[in-house]
Design a protein around this ligand. Structure first.
Ligand SMILES: *[C@@H]1O[C@H](CO)[C@@H](O)[C@H](O)[C@H]1NC(C)=O
Ligand SMILES: *[C@@H]1O[C@H](CO)[C@@H](O)[C@H](O)[C@H]1NC(C)=O
Ligand SMILES: *[C@@H]1O[C@H](CO)[C@@H](O)[C@H](O)[C@H]1NC(C)=O
Ligand SMILES: *[C@@H]1O[C@H](CO)[C@@H](O)[C@H](O)[C@H]1NC(C)=O
Ligand SMILES: *[C@@H]1O[C@H](CO)[C@@H](O)[C@H](O)[C@H]1NC(C)=O
Ligand SMILES: *[C@@H]1O[C@H](CO)[C@@H](O)[C@H](O)[C@H]1NC(C)=O
Ligand SMILES: *[C@@H]1O[C@H](CO)[C@@H](O)[C@H](O)[C@H]1NC(C)=O
Ligand SMILES: *[C@@H]1O[C@H](CO)[C@@H](O)[C@H](O)[C@H]1NC(C)=O
Ligand SMILES: *[C@@H]1O[C@H](CO)[C@@H](O)[C@H](O)[C@H]1NC(C)=O
Ligand SMILES: *[C@@H]1O[C@H](CO)[C@@H](O)[C@H](O)[C@H]1NC(C)=O
Ligand SMILES: *[C@@H]1O[C@H](CO)[C@@H](O)[C@H](O)[C@H]1NC(C)=O
Ligand SMILES: *[C@@H]1O[C@H](CO)[C@@H](O)[C@H](O)[C@H]1NC(C)=O
Length: 779
């Protein structure tokens, strides 16, 4: 479920630029949030979803976003990046590096390899400037590097001190190498420099961070601003002006041999501009991008255009800032900003086909949707888009999700699902599954079962919306498979033997139906020992505990609540999860748990939790993020939470809490209509965070959720706030849709008592049948 939230955000706000008057919203964006302490964000220059992403790369162990503010020196300036990823860094290809001069005028006394360049990459943090569309830094060598971008092209402006730190007059050298952030270059890189023009071109093959396979990237670099003195290529630590091109192997010893080209200039009196573009298809295409997007090397014009593009993009969401602490405004807009960094717009750049169809990808993002969490979660993204009205290409999309559910790939590491025979015959993914048809990491049997169940629900939604009744029935039924791993007598004790007091948890099951065992607290925030990610000895839950996965039934909260003993007991359990810090807000599985009180008829408690986590765990300093931003996932959590509408991704549902601002206006990029939320009795000290009553377009509105038409049709939601919980949004009729039936909700309950396992299953089947008949609105 890692990226579902940011994908939902992309869906809401990706689109054409919106013209609006702008008091400068960009002043509230701080791209450096998350650039230390493992946030791993990309803080450099990019357009919204831009392919070119320019920044100074450091050699920090946490340089997944290129730049870090953790004391590590700069090793180069590169133009392709992901943002907020974990694991091994991706991209960061073809770094440039400048020297004011080489000692004694001898090029061989300049440091070429990345490792030794680090000695010349120290910098003072106060010299760093980061704004949407531009980034700048001054190295201790006195060289100032400013950068800005267009869609595929980065423009670097290097300003040199009069003399080098050795006291020699400037005779600048700029090199460009064939590495990437993680030194993944394979056979064979090529580079060549044009003697007359100094144009450097080349290509190399690299590995992505998670996906299988590899990719080839091409580049084209030109310089402007000073007369060329000479140029050539370098291999390892040695350079020559007499050789102009080279094919370089990866070499041995687990490290790609340093290699690249350089250009030296006669003077450093004026800034030297380096324009560099990349392409996944050819050097020629890279050069075409560069020449057409930045024909004039005009840094100020390009950076102004980048700023204007950001102003237009961000102008679609306006808040009233009245009385609100400045840091909360920064938090909000910076969160929204980060959701616009990934995925990258690679339209026209896919090496596998030639098309102008929109194509968004990143060699990290693409795979992250699928593997780590375990389910074929691209299904959820497609369903989310479809039910919210983006129905272009539904037949292809539908065929793809059905294929995920029915056809097991030979390698299901990175697409589709594994264990389909077991899934179909047993209705769960067994621990230690026997699967001889397709291969992948045989761990995470609990999270895979829960996610496959939800994936099937999403297919059923798409089937329903497109009139495929047989499929709808089939997938709605298998979406109930999560129940097959619910062990009703499972207890949970702390390490010291104290009973948590809760019974009934998901547990692993073998092929023969016998229960396995995983301590429900393992892989929680309190477990410092287990390894819980994609390791081949990993547990049955992915990056979180059974306790937390115990809430992951996004489509059938009603049945889950019944299993847990009704809404009060469900609230106790959710409180325990948060109060005992079993969950940790720095990773995505926690996000929905902040708002699941809505399903128990207690929306006030969701609001209370939201205000506990923000700002407590989300600061506006570089170390302000509680975990990897994961391509804007943390940013979208902040933005949706503060906006007061939290999506249940894959469903046409936004859970309503009070916004952190007196009013919020959201312009829909497709329809141009403005959706508005207004708080009456707004209190910036946040004592009045509880909704007392609400109106939608002037009509009393008691549901605690709203659908996507709020945005597309530009409705107005007015919330009257107070300082205590009210009965707004608490009745069964007010609750968000759920496949099963809500039971045990005081007097408004539709049936008395809590359903037993057998009851629940029975009524759920009935419920599915009535859903099939179309009785239930808004599913
Ligand atoms: C810069 O170097 C030149 C030549 O070595 C020297 O004449 C000049 O004084 C130096 N300037 C400074 C400010 O060090
Ligand atoms: C790499 O280049 C060398 C020299 O041109 C050539 O012999 C070799 O086949 C190339 N390897 C690959 C994988 O293309
Ligand atoms: C490489 O350089 C040689 C001469 O040094 C030249 O003959 C050749 O055409 C160049 N190749 C490329 C691909 O630029
Ligand atoms: C939202 O839109 C309304 C109506 O157009 C306008 O009166 C209000 O000032 C806007 N609020 C913000 C925060 O821009
Ligand atoms: C994606 O890139 C293409 C080609 O550069 C461009 O036409 C399109 O407007 C971009 N889309 C977005 C949403 O930025
Ligand atoms: C055992 O640990 C739990 C969780 O940390 C704590 O709440 C409880 O007080 C501890 N019990 C004892 C007897 O130390
Ligand atoms: C089921 O399989 C598990 C794992 O192989 C084994 O430990 C257990 O004894 C089996 N149960 C039965 C009833 O055969
Ligand atoms: C479960 O967590 C505890 C506490 O961190 C640890 O001692 C134990 O090894 C873990 N068990 C497994 C199977 O990982
Ligand atoms: C949970 O974490 C918070 C913040 O780190 C801390 O203040 C609180 O004492 C912790 N509670 C427990 C029960 O560990
Ligand atoms: C909404 O709540 C406020 C504050 O409790 C109250 O004054 C007002 O009458 C309520 N409006 C409706 C329509 O219930
Ligand atoms: C439930 O109904 C009983 C009897 O009609 C009434 O006394 C009680 O106040 C009601 N409780 C709630 C929470 O509405
Ligand atoms: C469910 O039904 C089965 C068979 O009808 C019965 O054996 C079992 O005890 C029932 N379980 C519960 C929790 O009622």
């Amino acid at each position: 479920m890692t990226l579902l939230l940011s994908a939902t955000f992309v869906l809401l706000f990706a689109g054409q630029a919106l013209a609006q008057d702008t008091d400068d919203i960009l002043q509230h964006v701080d791209p450096l949030i998350g650039s230390s302490n493992g946030g791993n964000v990309f803080p450099g220059a990019s357009l919204a979803y831009g392919m070119a992403k320019a920044v100074a790369d450091t050699n920090s162990n946490s340089n997944q976003g290129g730049f870090t503010l953790d004391g590590a020196p700069v090793t180069g300036f590169s133009m392709m990046h992901d943002s907020g990823t974990g694991g091994s860094p991706s991209l960061g290809n073809f770094a440039l590096f400048p020297y004011t001069s080489c000692p004694g005028g001898d090029i061989n006394r300049c440091a070429f390899p990345k490792k030794t360049r680090a000695n010349f990459g120290g910098f003072d943090e106060s010299s760093v400037s980061a704004r949407p569309g531009t980034f700048g830094i001054t190295l201790n060598t006195g060289i100032r590097a400013d950068m800005t971008v267009t869609q595929h092209t980065a423009l670097f402006r290097f300003t040199f001190p009069e003399n080098s730190t050795m006291g020699e007059a400037a005779q600048p050298l700029i090199l460009q190498d064939l590495t990437d952030l993680s030194n993944s270059r394979q056979d064979n890189g090529t580079v060549s420099v044009n003697e007359k023009t100094g144009r450097i071109t080349g290509s190399a093959r690299f590995l992505p961070s998670f996906a299988q396979g590899n990719y080839v990237l091409y580049f084209c670099t030109d310089f402007s601003g000073a007369e060329i003195l000479d140029n050539g290529i370098f291999a390892d630590s040695r350079a020559s002006t007499s050789v102009k091109n080279m094919t370089i192997s990866r070499s041995i010893n687990g490290y790609p041999l340093p290699g690249g080209a350089f250009v030296r200039f006669k003077s450093g009196a004026k800034p030297i501009l380096a324009r560099t573009a990349t392409s996944f298809t050819s050097v020629e295409q890279a050069c075409r991008h560069a020449e057409s997007e930045i024909p004039d090397f005009d840094f100020d014009r390009i950076s102004r255009a980048a700023t204007e593009q950001w102003q237009a993009k961000m102008g679609g969401i306006r808040i009233s800032t009245k009385g609100v602490d400045k840091s909360l405004i920064t938090n909000f807009y910076s969160g929204i900003y980060r959701t616009h960094i990934n995925p990258q717009n690679y339209t026209g750049e896919n090496p596998l086909w030639s098309s102008d169809e929109p194509y968004f990808d990143s060699f990290y993002w693409y795979v992250l949707l699928d593997i780590p969490s375990g389910g074929s979660n691209a299904d959820v993204v497609l369903a989310d888009a479809y039910i919210k009205g983006l129905d272009g290409g539904i037949n292809d999309g539908y065929a793809a999700v059905v294929k995920d559910a029915e056809v097991e790939p030979f390698d299901w590491c990175c697409q589709g699902r594994g264990g389909l025979d077991s899934w179909h015959s047993l209705g769960y993914i067994p621990v230690q599954d026997f699967d001889w048809k397709g291969f992948g990491t045989l761990t995470r049997s609990i999270s895979r079962t829960l996610e496959y169940a939800y994936n099937d629900f999403c297919i059923a939604e798409m089937a329903k919306a497109s009139g495929r009744t047989t499929d709808q029935e089939k997938y709605a039924l298998s979406s109930g498979n999560w129940r097959n791993l619910y062990k009703e007598d499972q207890t949970s004790f702390w390490w010291n033997g104290t009973d948590t007091g809760f019974t009934g948890f998901f547990e692993p099951r073998y092929l023969n139906g016998t229960w396995g065992y995983q301590n429900p607290l393992n892989c929680s925030n309190h477990d410092d020992f287990s390894v819980c990610s994609l390791q081949n000895n990993g547990p049955e839950t992915f990056e979180s505990s059974i306790w937390e996965y115990g809430f992951y039934v996004p489509h059938d909260q009603a049945t889950l609540i019944s299993l847990y003993g009704g809404p009060d007991r469900f609230v106790d359990r959710l409180n325990y999860l948060h109060d005992q810090n079993i969950t940790y807000i720095g990773n995505e599985p926690s996000f929905l748990t902040v708002f699941q009180y809505h399903y128990a008829g207690r929306p006030a408690l969701s609001a209370k939790r939201a205000h506990y986590y923000i700002p407590e765990f989300f600061g506006t300093t570089p170390d302000g993020l509680p975990g990897n931003d994961d391509s804007g996932a943390m940013g979208s959590f902040v933005a949706f939470t503060m906006m007061g509408l939290f999506p249940n991704p894959g469903q046409n549902v936004y859970l309503i809490t009070s916004p952190f601002f007196e009013s919020v206006n959201i312009t829909n990029p497709l329809t141009g209509k403005i959706a508005r939320i207004r708080n009456v009795n707004f209190d910036p000290s946040y004592k009045n965070i509880y909704i007392q009553n609400a109106t939608l377009d002037g009509v009393k509105y008691s549901k605690n959720w709203i659908d996507h038409s709020f945005f597309t049709e530009g409705k107005e939601l007015v919330l009257t706030l107070g300082d205590r919980e009210s009965d707004w949004g608490t009745k069964v009729a007010d609750l968000p849709p759920s496949l099963g039936e809500y039971k045990g909700y005081g007097n408004s309950s539709s049936s008395a008592g809590y359903g037993s396992w057998n009851d629940t299953a029975g009524s759920s089947a009935k419920r599915i049948r009535s859903w099939l008949r179309g009785d239930l609105e808004s599913m």
